[in-house]
Design a protein around this ligand. Structure first.
Ligand code: IPE
Ligand code: IPE
Ligand code: MG
Ligand code: MG
Ligand code: MG
Length: 781
């Protein structure tokens, strides 16, 4: 253990605490002297000139807060510029810790306003935070590998968030924190920096952002949630504390408790994160990082351990830890990147934190009350009658605002404009959320109407307009989206599982009892191959498409069966010694291993014919369309043979990207195209629609094969049910053998984006295709 380190970290807390106490005392005095009342009254009068509009025909209000409509409405009413100006200024103030009163910052704000506006009003209807948008963004800066790394991290983190924690909030927070760190870096990056240097810096910022961001779901939220037992929490807290004090994550050791698996994952991921941070910061900065992290963690602990039943807390007990935790959480975001200490930044950030904390605690008052959490609001609510010495947090809130505007930001008019808008917005949102009655009750406690100042605030809350902020809209939108996506994805997975089980029951072909001699050898082989544990994606896709046209399950069943028969046949051929020479398929020995190549070939042929027989029995449809379907099916099977031949011919050769795409589309993509298109042929869908889906299938199909190539390289045989490293052994030309893992991943995500972009034109009811695509690239089976 590094003794100096330990000493340094321990020494820093009292020093930081001292500063927080001094700050609190100063605020306390200002509150008692009540000077803030007259100063802010004056400010609010100036401010409201631009925010209260008396109109004889009533105030124009947006009918909706729906993201896109709201932005369109703002633009239509000419409010968009001010809205963005306000929002981005706030971001500079809060997140980047910049004063608004200098020209350089103002220019940057204007540039950001223009670029966000352009993006918002463009035809690009993709969401701000989805994989495709992020990947496209990364291509602009040449940091695709970093974003892919992040995607993989987010996927495993998300699958490890335990039940009992809010998964969407955890994801949103993590993304927000990473974005925050990246934003800091963008601010620092000079326009003259070489492309390569910029790449390096963005790469590092994203990784550091993740490493730091991880501490929120896995330290802060995990300890707040009721997931770990008390004993586990203690054991875990100890590990964190030792890590922050020594700068080294200790071994996990023996873990007793029900959450062993979770803790093992968290421990391993946090350890890697700590090590990355240490390796990438100068020794001076990483000392500073761990010190700040320790102060942050320790103040959180003090705050967390408070008990709402304890009547004895002093005002200092309540406020000092929250001054520290809110300030240090933001200081770290900067330290993680930049070794330079900027006193101005440090001070502004230090004094700013509590403003945010009080706004958040105000907004969450009811939730906190329910959970019995001590915050300035819940504590005051419970004890204000008994304890006349307690500070009213709402009054303190305005004191902080006054202090910020006039002392920290030297009465800068832009700062006044933005902070007051934010404050009024917070109260308006709260009022909307809890309803008039509850709002009245709350205000009765925190802002009694016997004060002129409180009445002024209420009037402004009622009447002021144009106080909305883009980050709030984005936050609501992101949470709503994440929740919707999680729900739809769960439905997709459940659906796929149901269909898979149903198909497993109907795929085997019954034997004909009378001619047992003839049935025996081949039918057993056929059924052996059909009983293997396949994912049944192709018939599942066809069923999902058919469902959109109201087709009946029994009517399309022959089509579904035919697709799986053809696919299984292609796997049997593919595994033959003359082709890929594979020993395992669907978790069992390959067919030719159990029987022999001749039986395997005959089984393959039998199944392709069985597929045609099924198609012919599609008697619920117009015969003309069934014929067209059979013709299409025969053509696609021939094309698949060509693709497979190309694959075998390319062994030992280094194909070009174009050739790889062509080969993969033919050998694999076509089967996905068929699964999507065949139901459309049966209902005689119009050609333009068919083309749109073909384009999707093209990119999705290639992405599927690239993932298959990647799994061959880095998959797990047990999960995969087929051999790995087969392509290398066969000297096959695949995306991975030609481009390497990294290059293959980039191509896969590029096809992912292209497929996703075609979905923008596809009507909403085909939404499952998005989840199909996600599944294709994220699967490990
Ligand atoms: C494997 O297809 C063959 C390829 C086209 C890569 P699947 O991955 O769908 O295999 P099963 O049907 O689930 O076994
Ligand atoms: C298979 O490609 C394409 C087929 C349609 C059979 P692969 O040879 O990569 O498939 P796996 O990995 O053996 O399933
Ligand atoms: Mg093959
Ligand atoms: Mg193969
Ligand atoms: Mg393969």
């Amino acid at each position: 253990m590094n003794e100096d380190f330990l000493l340094a970290a321990n020494m820093k807390y009292p020093k930081a605490e001292e500063k927080a106490i001094a700050y609190f005392k100063a605020l306390h005095t200002q509150l008692q002297e009540k000077n803030y009342v007259s100063t802010l009254t004056n400010d609010i009068h100036i401010w409201k000139k631009h925010h209260i509009h008396y109109r004889w025909n009533g105030r124009r209000k947006s009918k909706t807060k729906h993201y896109r409509h709201y932005i369109e409405w703002l633009n239509f009413t000419g409010k968009l510029d001010n809205y963005l100006q306000r929002s981005i200024s706030y971001l500079y103030l809060r997140d980047l810790g910049k004063p608004l009163d200098n020209e350089k910052t103002q220019t940057k704000i204007q540039e950001a306003v223009a670029s966000v506006k352009k993006r918002l009003l463009s035809d690009d209807k993709s969401e701000f935070f989805n994989m495709a948008t992020l990947y496209r963004w990364s291509q602009k800066y040449g940091i695709e590998s970093t974003i892919i790394w992040l995607f993989e991290k987010l996927t495993i983190v998300s699958s490890n968030i335990p039940v009992g924690m809010d998964k969407e909030h955890a994801k949103r927070k993590l993304i927000k924190l990473i974005a925050g760190v990246v934003m800091h870096e963008f601010e620092e990056i000079d326009d003259n920096l070489s492309e390569q240097d910029r790449q390096l810096r963005l790469d590092k910022a994203i990784r550091l952002g993740y490493c730091y961001g991880l501490t929120y779901p896995f330290i802060d939220d995990l300890l707040d949630a009721n997931v770990l037992t008390e004993a586990e929490k203690q054991q875990y807290t100890k590990i964190i504390r030792i890590s922050l004090i020594t700068g080294n994550v200790p071994q996990l050791g023996e873990w007793v408790g029900p959450n062993k698996q979770l803790i093992e994952f968290v421990h391993q991921e946090l350890k890697a994160a700590f090590e990355y941070i240490k390796a990438n910061l100068s020794s001076e900065t990483h000392t500073q990082f761990f010190e700040q992290a320790y102060i942050f963690f320790h103040s959180q602990e003090i705050d967390r351990e408070k008990d709402l039943d304890n009547e004895q807390y002093t005002n200092e007990d309540i406020y000092v830890p929250i001054i520290l935790k809110s300030a240090y959480s933001r200081l770290i975001a900067r330290t993680v990147l930049s070794p330079e200490t900027d006193e101005g930044f440090n001070n502004r950030t230090f004094y700013y934190g509590i403003y945010n904390q009080l706004a958040d605690d105000f907004a969450d008052m009811f939730d906190d009350m329910e959970e019995g959490a001590v915050t300035p609001y819940t504590y005051y609510w419970k004890y204000h009658k008994k304890r006349k010495d307690l500070l009213n947090p709402f009054e303190l809130y305005w004191t902080v605002i006054c202090n910020l505007i006039h002392h920290i930001y030297q009465s800068d008019p832009n700062t006044r404009e933005v902070i007051l808008a934010r404050a009024i917005n917070g109260i308006k949102r709260f009022k909307e959320k809890c309803g008039k009655e509850q709002y009245k009750e709350v205000m009765g406690i925190f802002a009694p109407s016997n004060s002129k100042f409180n009445n002024l605030i209420q009037k402004v809350v009622r009447q002021a307009d144009d106080v909305d902020f883009f980050d709030k809209l984005l936050r609501d939108e992101m949470i709503a989206n994440l929740r919707k996506e999680q729900k739809e994805q769960d439905e997709f997975t459940a659906n796929m599982e149901t269909i898979r089980i149903q198909l497993n029951n109907v795929l085997p072909i019954p034997k004909n009892e009378q001619t047992l001699l003839l049935e025996e050898p081949l039918m057993d082989a056929v059924n052996y191959s059909l009983e293997g544990d396949g994912k049944r994606i192709r018939p599942f896709v066809a069923w999902m498409m058919a469902k959109q046209y109201g087709l009946n399950e029994s009517a399309v069943l022959p089509l579904l069966k035919s697709l799986e028969y053809m696919h299984t046949a292609s796997l049997i051929f593919d595994d033959l010694p003359s082709q890929d020479n594979a020993e395992i398929r669907r978790g069992r020995p390959t067919l030719h291993h159990i029987y022999n190549s001749a039986i395997a070939e005959l089984t393959g042929l039998f199944l392709t014919q069985k597929a045609i027989e099924e198609q012919i029995s599609l008697n619920g449809f117009d015969a003309k369309f069934v014929l067209r379907l059979i013709q299409y099916s025969a053509q696609k099977t021939m094309e698949m043979c060509k693709g497979q031949a190309l694959d075998l011919e390319s062994k030992g050769k280094k194909l070009t990207l174009e050739q790889l795409n062509l080969m993969c589309f033919y050998k694999t993509g076509i089967a996905f195209e068929a699964s999507i298109i065949m139901p459309l042929i049966l209902v005689n869908e119009k050609p333009s629609h068919i083309e749109m889906f073909k384009k999707f299938a093209y990119h999705a199909g290639i992405a599927f094969q690239i993932k298959d190539d990647l799994l061959d390289e880095e998959g797990d045989v047990e999960v995969l049910g087929k051999p790995i490293q087969q392509d290398l052994d066969n000297n096959s030309s695949t995306f991975v053998t030609v481009l390497g893992v990294d290059g293959a991943k980039k191509e896969m995500w590029d096809h992912y984006c292209l497929a996703m972009e075609t979905l923008h034109q596809v009507p909403q009811q085909y939404g499952f295709l998005k989840y199909l695509l996600d599944y294709m690239v994220n699967r490990n089976q």
